[in-house]
Design a binder for this molecule. Structure first.
Ligand SMILES: Cc1cc2nc3c(=O)[nH]c(=O)nc-3n(C[C@H](O)[C@H](O)[C@H](O)COP(=O)(O)OP(=O)(O)OC[C@H]3O[C@@H](n4cnc5c(N)ncnc54)[C@H](O)[C@@H]3O)c2cc1C
Ligand code: SF4
Length: 339
């Protein structure tokens, strides 16, 4: 049985108190929200923080403000995000992404903030301590070599969050608070293409809220490929958001890929659509463009060449759904699949 290492536990009641504790404890402390990623990781000794600072009792992290745009507290569970009417109404890609994270039990515990700060994944890393020791560990934790690309100077572990690609396609910004003050960044800039230092967040910063702009005239969709249709981490996530003129001409578009690099990848496929209608031809071109940007590595489930080729198919699904095609049968087929 895998046991948790010993740790000190703080349960602050406010963001300011949590920030003060984080600053005082230094880099040996970590935040814990739902714990659905961090606790299994601690059991496998991926992370061994001396102190955990819990966000569960922190007031204000569960707020929902629906005015010009929508602001969501980082402490909302994914179940609460899925249950927020405004999310389903105007930010469908987020709703679809959050609804497909893990299982109902994990969505009841797992939070939006935790999902955005989720550790990157790799088949050589998401193993127990003894397994990793048997291969002399790897660069991401306790070792020196990257077993995916032995010549690589950086870790290539994969960003596996479902909600981040969706939120980036929707133009989200996040607020980061520390004892020093607060700042707001575009969500796309929170991520770095580095499997170890995958967040541009400082260790003493708390992600407190996610702000979405008002998206009148936009439509969005999120499509997820995973081995088990019932629940699994993504081996590919495709989020698309498109704003069209009344005659159907695309005015703005964003296509974002998840699980094909160490950060969610905002592609140039959306730019190809601007000034055009969502014809089959335009959609196919956007799919090819996104596919050529994807650089999946051989460190998650399923064959990497197939995973790159299937990007264009999934971009096609997302854009056709946005166009108004009835994609329910395809969604059902994917949900029932076991690859
Ligand atoms: C079997 C299984 C299947 C899963 N499937 C999926 C899946 O399909 N898709 C998916 O995206 N995830 C999946 N997950 C991972 C996880 O359940 C979710 O990502 C969940 O949303 C994580 O949220 P949490 O609150 O539990 O995070 P925690 O585990 O509490 O924290 C995760 C990380 O985020 C940091 N953190 C948490 N909150 C904040 C904050 N407010 N500010 C700054 N840092 C913070 C923590 O320090 C930690 O590093 C799965 C997990 C399991 C065990
Ligand atoms: S990509 Fe390389 S360094 Fe990173 S977790 Fe995998 S094997 Fe380790």
């Amino acid at each position: 049985m895998m046991r948790l290492p010993w740790f000190k536990y703080h349960a602050p009641r406010s963001v300011a108190e949590a920030a003060r504790i984080l600053a005082a404890e230094g880099p040996q402390a970590m935040l814990i929200a739902g714990g659905t990623d961090l606790l299994p990781n601690m059991k496998r000794r991926h992370q061994a923080p001396a102190t955990l600072v819990s966000l569960r009792q922190v007031e204000g992290l569960k707020s929902v403000a629906n005015g010009v745009g929508l602001t969501l507290g980082a402490g909302l569970t994914l179940t609460e995000v899925v249950g927020t009417a405004a999310v389903r109404g105007n930010y469908l890609a987020l709703w679809q992404a959050a609804a497909q994270v893990a299982t109902p039990h994990l969505r009841n515990m797992g939070t939006l903030g935790g999902n955005l700060c989720l550790d990157t994944r790799c088949s050589y890393y998401n193993q127990n301590y003894e397994w990793r020791k048997a291969i002399d560990f790897c660069m991401k934790k306790d070792g020196k070599t990257c077993w995916v690309a032995t010549g690589s100077k950086r870790c290539l572990a994969v960003s596996s969050t479902d909600t981040a690609p969706a939120l980036i396609s929707l133009g989200a910004r996040v607020k980061l608070v520390s004892a020093e003050g607060e700042r707001e960044v575009a969500l796309v800039d929170l991520y770095r293409n580095d499997g170890m230092e995958y967040l541009a967040r400082k260790p003493d910063e708390i992600l407190t809220e996610v702000a979405l702009p008002s998206l009148d005239g936009w439509k969005s969709a999120y499509w997820k490929l995973r081995r088990r249709g019932s629940f699994d981490f993504p081996v590919l996530g495709v989020a698309a958001a498109v704003r069209t003129a009344p005659d159907g001409t695309v005015e703005e578009a964003r296509v974002v890929l998840g699980a094909v690099s160490s950060r969610p990848l905002l592609t140039k496929a959306g730019e190809l659509l601007i000034g055009r209608k969502l014809t089959d031809e335009a959609i196919a071109e956007a799919g090819d463009k996104a596919s050529s940007a994807a650089k999946p590595m051989d460190n998650t489930d399923l064959d990497l060449y197939w995973r790159r080729d299937v990007v264009s198919v999934f971009v096609g699904y997302a854009l056709r759904e946005i166009r108004g095609d009835d994609m329910r049968a395809t969604r059902l087929k994917i949900a029932r699949q076991a690859l």
